[in-house]
Structure formats: C-alpha cells, structure tokens
Design a protein around this ligand. Structure first.
Ligand SMILES: [Fe+2]
Length: 204
C-alpha cells in the first residue's frame, strides 16, 4: 500500500501490471489446476485399423479396452460400443470409440473442416520426434512438419482423419512461456479489438 496516497486522497497510486493481474484473477481460478490430460476421445470406424496405426506404426501402447452398452437418449435405444485407450508417459490416454452399429459411426465421425484445425497434440522428446517421423516414412504415411517458433511439430492423420500432432519444445521454451504468460490477456484483448498483427515472429 502506498502510504503517500493514503495521506493525500487526491494522489492515487498507480498499480503495477502484476497487481492488476492479481486483482483480475483473484478468486476466479482454481486453487489447484487439473493435473494433466486424462484422455482425449474420438470415434473410429474400425478399432483394429486404428490399433495398427497407433500401436504398430506410431508405437503408442493399447492399455485398456472397455466393452460397454448404454442407452442413447437421441436414438432412444441401447447402443453397444468398444472403447480403447492408448497410453502416454504421464498416465494420460488417447481414447477411441467404435460402435457396433455402422450408422453410429456416420452420425458421430468428425465433420470435415477447412484446414482441419481440430487436433490432439503431444509433447515428445527430440529422439521420439525422429523415431515417429521414421516410423511414418517406413509405413509410407504422409506427414507434415511445421516450425512454429515455440515448438516444432509433426502432423499426421489417423485412418479416421483425427489429426495428431507431436511437438518438440524450442530450447528457450521456459523464456518463451514466461513472455507469453505475461502478455496473454493483453494480446487476447488486442486481437479481439481487431488488431490482427501477428505476435509470433519465429514461425517458419
Ligand atoms: Fe497444435
């Protein structure tokens, strides 16, 4: 507290950006953030085709298969489905549903979108990045590389058109993270006001 401002009500202390941020976020954020991604789920036509891609080609292990039925309120009937989970190093999983009825796949598969912005991304080491790249080359599956500046990414489509991204952090990831956390609200406000000037000068 600025004592001079208290003694003279005509002078107001100017809060620092950190103080403004502390007031803005107080009581709004969780006291404990979610620990990690538990799973990210999508729909597949054929679990075995999907397993070959994720386990045999990419090398991510199948760690659980749940076979279940549930009443679907939209269809007003019981549906049977198989739910598979592929493991990440931190315990998180990538999850997939296959329905016994083919029409459920047609109803639930992801809609095509321009540029396929919807995707799941995973942080990997440089060695794993190269290994996955090599596995895809060997399997003759096309992939795309992008250097975003803050990460380098490899993109590949699964047999059901789920876009999967593997990223390697930039060597200065901690510095970049600190800078982005510092201006995240200001940059969001700027862009939403109509100033669409890019702030990623390192993207190639
Ligand atoms: Fe991404």
């Amino acid at each position: 507290m600025d004592v001079s401002a208290m003694s003279n009500p005509t002078i107001e202390a100017v809060p620092s950006p950190a103080q403004v941020m502390a007031v803005r976020t107080r009581g709004r954020l969780l006291s404990q953030l979610p620990a990690r991604l538990h799973h990210y789920a999508s729909v597949v036509r054929d679990q075995e085709v999907n397993r070959r891609f994720f386990e045999d080609i990419l090398g991510m292990p199948l760690v659980a298969t749940w076979c279940e039925t549930a009443f679907n309120p939209t269809l007003r009937r019981e549906i049977a489905y198989c739910h598979t989970l592929y493991g990440l190093a931190d315990g998180g999983t990538l999850a997939f549903f296959q329905f016994a009825d083919e029409d459920m796949y047609q109803r639930c598969k992801s809609a095509p979108e321009p540029g396929r912005f919807h995707h799941a991304a995973f942080k990997v080491s440089q060695d794993t990045f190269h290994e996955i790249d090599r596995r895809l080359v060997d399997a003759k599956i096309s992939r795309r590389h992008t250097d975003h500046g803050y990460v380098r990414s490899l993109y590949v489509l699964s047999p059901d058109d789920l876009k999967v991204e593997f990223t390697v952090d930039h060597p200065n990831a901690a510095e970049i993270d600190a800078a982005r956390r510092g201006d995240a609200h200001a940059e969001l406000a700027r862009w939403l006001k109509g100033d669409h000037t890019p702030n990623n000068v390192n993207r190639h």
